[in-house]
Write a protein that binds this ligand. Structure first.
Ligand SMILES: NC(=O)c1ccc[n+]([C@@H]2O[C@H](COP(=O)([O-])OP(=O)(O)OC[C@H]3O[C@@H](n4cnc5c(N)ncnc54)[C@H](O)[C@@H]3O)[C@@H](O)[C@H]2O)c1
Length: 256
C-alpha cells in the first residue's frame, strides 16, 4: 500500500470513487475524513465504518472548506493524503447547455480544487510529506463532442495540478493527477440524464477499484500522470500526436 500516513481527507466522499477510497482506507485502520454536499451520501459511506468521519461541506465555499479542514486536523491530526473527488458532470452541446450550469460545474470541479488546495497543501509542504491526488479525467485530456463544459473543467484541474506539482517538486509531497476513462460510478447518471456521447461507449468501462489501485501504484513509482488502463494510455498518445485523426473518428462515431 502506497499510503504511509494515518489521516486521509476525501472530497466527494459521499459517492463513487471517494466512497470506495474512504472504505478501503478505513478497513486498513486509517482515519478518514470525508467532505460532501450530500449528508445522506456521507452517512451511507460512513455507516459501519468506525474510522470514517464526515463533514457536510460545499466545496465551492472556501471559508467552509478551511474551517472543516481545521476541524479535521484538530480532531484527527495532520492530513497525510488528500483525494480531490468532488465533481458534477452534466453534458450537452456547448451552445445548448445552460451557461449557469457550466459556470457552476467549473466552480465545483475546478474552484473546489483551488479551495481544498489552499486549505490542505500548505500543511503538507510545511511537514515535508503528504500525498496530493487530483481527479482530472480522460475528458480533460481528450475532449469529445457533448462533453465540452465538463472537459474544460477537467482540463483546468489537470493544468492546475501539473503546475502545482512542478512548483513543489522537491517539497517531499507526492502529487498524482488521475485521468480515468469512463468508470462505473453514479456520476455517469448525470451525463446520461443530459446528453451521452457515443464515444463514451467505445472503450471498456473501468471498475472504480482499478482506478484507486492505479493511483497507489503510480504514487509509489513517483509518477505524476495516472492513466489507469491501456485505452487511456493509448488515447492520451493519439490525442498528443494525431488530434486530427481522433476528431475524424469522433465525428464518425457521433454522426455529426
Ligand atoms: N466516473 C467516471 O467515469 C469518471 C471518469 C473520469 C473522472 N472522474 C472523476 O472522478 C471523481 C470522482 O467521481 P465519481 O465518479 O466517484 O463521482 P460521484 O458522482 O460518484 O461522486 C462525486 C461526489 O461529489 C459530490 N459533490 C458534488 N458537488 C459537490 C459540492 N459542491 N461540494 C461537495 N461535494 C460535492 C457529490 O455529492 C458526490 O458524492 C470526479 O472528480 C470525477 O470527475 C470520474
Amino acid at each position: 500500500m502506497a499510503f504511509h500516513g494515518k489521516v486521509a481527507l476525501i472530497t466527494g466522499g459521499g459517492s463513487g470513487m471517494g466512497r470506495l477510497a474512504a472504505r478501503n482506507l478505513a478497513a486498513e485502520g486509517k482515519d478518514v475524513a470525508i467532505f460532501d454536499i450530500s449528508a445522506d451520501g456521507l452517512a451511507e459511506t460512513a455507516t459501519g465504518h468506525a474510522g470514517i468521519h464526515h463533514w457536510v461541506v460545499d466545496i465551492t465555499d472556501g471559508e467552509a472548506v478551511s474551517k472543516a479542514v481545521a476541524e479535521v486536523e484538530s480532531t484527527l491530526g495532520p492530513i497525510d493524503r488528500l483525494y480531490n473527488c468532488a465533481a458534477i458532470m452534466p453534458f450537452g452541446k456547448l451552445l445548448e447547455q445552460d451557461a449557469a450550469v457550466m459556470k457552476k460545474m467549473m466552480d465545483i470541479n475546478y474552484g473546489g480544487l483551488v479551495n481544498i488546495t489552499k486549505a490542505v497543501l500548505p500543511g503538507m509542504i510545511a511537514r515535508g510529506q503528504g500525498d496530493f491526488i487530483s481527479f482530472a479525467s480522460m475528458a480533460g485530456i481528450l475532449p469529445t463532442m457533448l462533453t465540452g463544459g465538463y472537459s474544460a473543467t477537467k482540463a483546468a484541474v489537470a493544468f492546475f495540478t501539473e503546475v502545482l506539482y512542478h512548483e513543489h517538486l522537491n517539497s517531499g509531497v507526492r502529487f498524482a493527477c488521475v485521468c480515468p476513462p469512463t468508470t462505473n460510478t453514479p456520476l455517469l447518471e448525470q451525463g446520461k440524464a443530459t446528453a451521452w456521447p457515443k464515444m463514451l461507449d467505445q472503450g471498456t468501462m473501468l471498475d472504480p477499484q482499478d482506478v484507486l489501485n492505479a493511483i497507489d501504484i503510480h504514487l509509489e513509482k513517483g509518477k505524476f500522470w495516472v492513466f489507469p488502463n491501456r485505452d487511456s494510455r493509448i488515447g492520451a498518445l493519439i490525442r498528443r500526436f494525431a488530434p486530427g485523426l481522433l476528431w475524424k473518428q469522433i465525428h464518425q462515431v457521433e454522426g455529426f
